[in-house]
Write a protein that binds this ligand. Structure first.
Ligand code: GDP
Ligand code: ZN
Length: 377
């Protein structure tokens, strides 16, 4: 059957959604204005290969590369597009590709350390509205892990939803749901079974038109099964999400920006799956509200709640009104975050120094080749 003329059909013959359905809104529209005047088009990054991106325009997908100028101006890896980013592109439909000229500001970002010894941050996914923190209601259930994911989510700017999957395997889920509620600090808690569909409707409000969701959770908790249930098809095969190509490398075999039937998208990238803790500590405060409340009553404003006299946190711990595991988990996360933010600041200062040196060098060269240049604007 032919589609109605005003409907857009991609090369696979499927109807495709408008940019608004996949997250374009007044925030991005506002920031896009200067690029619109340049004649460029808005697009969302659907997948990232090494130097090449698949970008989703209003009318379908194109392969795209970052322009030389944008590459030159980039100061760090986070200035390059990642999955979920909105970009300004110049399409060349005759060649079937496009040039990315600019990156729009991000509403939220998930970052990780690039490698163990470097602290440059890598943005693994951007512009996620809701992140489902998936835990199994089986042996996987672990409050400390839920806290950890809540911290990561709050650092990113996305709204967390705690998802307790495999409720069909748990004879008495209620006490575990209550326990999860105590650490969730206001985030919704949903008990579901991706396998039977039980409770799945509770997730639908977060994946409607224009919204972008993502899933975080250990391997095997059912993230792929949840995505498949929400898409209503076998978009991803559980348990075999990657396959080797002819040269023995591993290649992704699925779209990382998954468009749900109707509207809304889910981002599922290897980067999200391997996420490590990164951030400046704001997430820690949101996840341990009772400790931060107690901290307000410590004698010293900069109390570290370790050996200081008049510490309300230690007092609550001794009286048993503060859980010892919560306290330990708080100290551990705080140490990691403190370490990272110190390293991050040093790096930022280093970048600024090198940038100023570069500018000085360029202007010296410019003066040499165009002696009058320094008298112009
Ligand atoms: P992922 O690694 O987080 O993507 O997990 P998968 O979606 O691949 O699921 C891992 C295994 O758990 C698979 O064998 C699924 O069939 C199973 N599984 C996922 N969700 C449920 C559920 O709600 N109940 C039960 N019993 N099994 C599930
Ligand atoms: Zn204290």
């Amino acid at each position: 059957m032919d589609a109605a003329p005003e409907q857009i059909v991609n090369c696979g013959g499927q109807l495709i959604m408008s940019l608004a359905d996949i997250g374009w809104d007044s925030f991005f529209d506002h920031h896009f204005e200067p690029f619109r005047q340049a004649g460029w088009l808005p697009a969302r990054v659907a997948r990232e290969h090494r130097e090449l991106y698949d970008v989703r325009l209003d009318e379908g997908e194109l392969a795209a590369r970052v322009s030389g100028r944008m590459r030159h101006l980039a100061q760090s890896r986070s200035d390059f597009p990642t999955v979920g980013d909105w970009v300004a592109v110049e399409p060349r439909p005759e060649d079937g590709d496009a040039t990315i000229h600019a990156l729009l500001p991000r509403k939220s970002r998930f970052c990780r350390k690039v490698a163990a010894l470097r602290t440059e941050e890598q943005v693994v996914a951007a512009n996620i509205d809701t992140v489902f923190l998936v835990t199994g209601l089986d042996a996987n259930f672990n409050l400390r892990r839920i806290e950890r994911y809540l911290t990561v989510a709050r650092e990113s700017g996305a709204e967390p939803v705690v998802v307790l999957n495999k409720v069909d395997l748990c004879p008495e889920p209620d006490p575990l749901i209550d326990e999860a509620g105590t650490v969730a600090a206001g985030a919704p808690v949903c008990a579901i079974s991706a396998a039977t569909g039980q409770g799945l409707d509770a997730l639908r409000p977060y994946v409607g038109a224009g919204s972008t969701a993502a899933l975080l959770g250990s391997s095997g908790v059912g993230k792929t099964t949840i995505i498949n249930s929400l898409t209503g098809r076998d978009a991803l095969k559980t348990g075999e999400v990657r396959q080797a190509d002819g040269r023995g490398r591993h290649v992704t075999t699925w779209k990382e920006l998954i468009e749900l039937p109707g509207a809304g998208v889910i981002i599922d990238t290897p980067g999200m799956r391997e996420l490590q803790l990164w951030g400046d500590g704001d997430g820690l405060r949101g996840s341990f509200e009772e400790i931060e409340d107690l901290a307000g009553r410590c004698r010293f404003r900069d109390c570290r709640h370790e050996k200081e006299p008049g510490c309300a946190v230690k007092e609550a711990l001794e009286q048993g009104s503060l859980d010892a595991d919560r306290y330990k988990s708080y100290l551990k996360l705080r140490r990691e975050l403190a370490y990272l933010s110190v390293r991050k600041d040093q790096r930022a200062r280093f970048n600024e120094r090198t940038r100023l040196k570069q500018i000085a060098k360029w202007s010296r060269q410019r003066e040499k080749h165009h002696p009058k240049a320094r008298f112009q604007g």
